[in-house]
Structures are given as C-alpha cells and as structure tokens.
Design a protein around this ligand. Structure first.
Ligand SMILES: NC(=O)c1ccc[n+]([C@@H]2O[C@H](COP(=O)([O-])OP(=O)(O)OC[C@H]3O[C@@H](n4cnc5c(N)ncnc54)[C@H](O)[C@@H]3O)[C@@H](O)[C@H]2O)c1
Length: 252
C-alpha cells in the first residue's frame, strides 16, 4: 500500500531538482503523475525514470506562467486519467536579484510572474478540476527566503512570501469544499542548479550547509517525502500550513 494509491497527481517543474523528486515520490507512493515542465527533454526523462521504476506518468510541455498552458495541463490530466486529486506547484524561476534601487522593473515583474502568478494560475485551474470531483490536496513550494529579510534577493523573497499568504488564504476559501492547501518551505537543497553554482563558488557549499542546524544541505528527496505526506489522506486535518523542511535553518 502506498500513501497515494489510486490518486491522480500533477507536479509542475517536474523536469529536474525538487519537482522531479516529488514526481518520483508521488509515483512510488502509487499515484499516476502528470509531469509538467517547459524543458521537454528533462520532463520526458522524469517520465522515463518513473516508468523504469514501475510507475505511471505522462509528460506535458508548457510554461505554467501562461494561462493557456496551465489550462491545457490540467485538462490533459483530467482527460487522460479522469480527474485530478493532488497537485504540487514546484515550478519557479528567479529573473534576477540585486539591490532594490538598482535592478530594473522587468526583474521584479518577471520574477513575480514566474514564482507567484504561475502558482496562482495553477491553483485556479487545479481547484476548478478538484471542485468538479469533490475535493483534493494542493502543495505549493515556497522558500525559506520568504521567512525573513534577505538582502539582495527581494524579487524572489517577495514572490515566495506571496505564495505563503496565497496558500493560507485559499485554504480558508476551499476547506469547506474538501480541498486542503498547504505549502512547503525548503531550506538549501542540493539541486542541479546549486551544484552548478558550487562549481563557480566552492566556498559557498560549507557556508550554505551551515545555515541548517543539522549542518548539511538537504536532498530533493527530503522535500518530496513531506510533500507526499501533505498530499495524502494521512494529512487529512492539515490545511493552510507552511512547513519548513530545512534541517532547522529557520530556527537559527
Ligand atoms: N533548490 C533549493 O535550494 C530551493 C530552496 C528553496 C526553494 N526552492 C524552490 O523549490 C522549487 C524547485 O526548485 P529547484 O531548485 O528544484 O529548481 P530547478 O531550477 O532545479 O528546477 C525547476 C524546474 O521547473 C521548470 N520550470 C520553471 N519555470 C517553469 C514554468 N514557468 N513552466 C514550466 N516549467 C518551469 C524548469 O524547467 C525546471 O525543470 C522552486 O519553487 C524553488 O523556488 C528551491
């Protein structure tokens, strides 16, 4: 018996990193998974990995910051598998950072679009599908960057803080309709993007690891375990919560 047996799931940004780990975990726990990403090769590879492990998955290409793509993605899940039970909105892309008085407006606007507006768009269409079948569970991926002031990273931190209150407010709206909505806030997680950064700045590996009281980086799988739990019926009385999965980084 898996945590998510017979569920139909959708994971955005499932082509690599945390999103891929979540898609693999959903499938391992028994869900059929729609893998959504705008990197076709990466998304198709995630599906292959799931199928090689004996799971069920299908890829859909699209940019989840565009409403027509989001509508097509949710429609694909419902058409192919009959309904949508669980969804994790993990796709995000920062368009830049810097000091507030120095970066251009486009950096702020596009980061909000790729990290916050996309999450709202996904929720809008996921919720519509879930209302049609009597309920479901959504997990949004936030970031510890949203929890306290973070110099030099205001567009991303602001967008992720928006994800937090979007999660809580919408949980209040849809709880009565059987839809639970939570968020997970990762600390520093060892993803391909971070590994590339460490190649340029190796000294950052220890510094970032030491932000966690467990004195190490997290693994994508450690985020995925928590997302699968929150998505599952085991978390049936949990909604509107923001859970940091960060090796204790938020308590420092
Ligand atoms: N890695 C970390 O340490 C860390 C820490 C805190 C929060 N997070 C959050 O976790 C999530 C995943 O992070 P990651 O490090 O695995 O990211 P990543 O950059 O490694 O992977 C993101 C994936 O999402 C896809 N994607 C991005 N925007 C998309 C869009 N608009 N439409 C479709 N696909 C899109 C990319 O193609 C990629 O496959 C993000 O929400 C990120 O903000 C990551």
């Amino acid at each position: 018996m898996g945590l998510l047996d017979a569920k139909i799931g959708l994971v955005t940004g499932a082509g690599q990193g945390i999103g891929r780990a979540i898609a693999l975990s959903y499938a391992r726990e028994g869900a059929a998974v729609v893998v959504a990403d705008f990197n076709r090769a990466a998304g198709e590879e995630t599906v292959q990995l799931i199928e090689q492990a004996g799971g069920v998955a299908a890829f859909i290409y699209g940019d989840v910051s565009k409403e027509e793509s989001v509508a097509a993605t949710v429609d694909f899940a419902v058409t192919r598998y009959g309904r949508l039970d669980i969804a994790c909105n993990s796709a995000a892309l920062s368009r830049g950072s810097g000091l507030v008085h120095e970066y251009e407006r486009g950096v702020f606007d596009q980061t909000i679009e790729m990290c916050l507006t996309n999450t709202w768009l996904c929720m809008k269409h996921e919720i519509t599908a879930m209302l049609n079948t009597g309920g479901g569970s959504i997990v949004n991926i936030s970031s510890n960057s949203s929890l306290r002031g973070q110099a030099g990273n205001t567009p991303y931190a602001t967008a992720k803080a928006g994800v937090n209150i979007l999660t809580k407010s919408s949980a209040a709206e849809y709880g009565p309709h059987g839809i639970r909505i939570n968020a997970v806030s990762p600390g520093v997680i060892r993803t391909p993007g971070l590994e590339a950064y460490f190649k340029q700045q190796p000294e950052m590996a220890d510094e970032l690891a030491n932000r966690a009281v467990l004195n190490r980086l997290g693994e994508p799988q450690e985020i995925a375990e928590v997302v699968s739990f929150l998505s599952s019926d085991r978390a049936s009385f949990v909604t509107g919560q923001l859970l940091s999965v960060d090796g204790g980084g938020a308590v420092r």
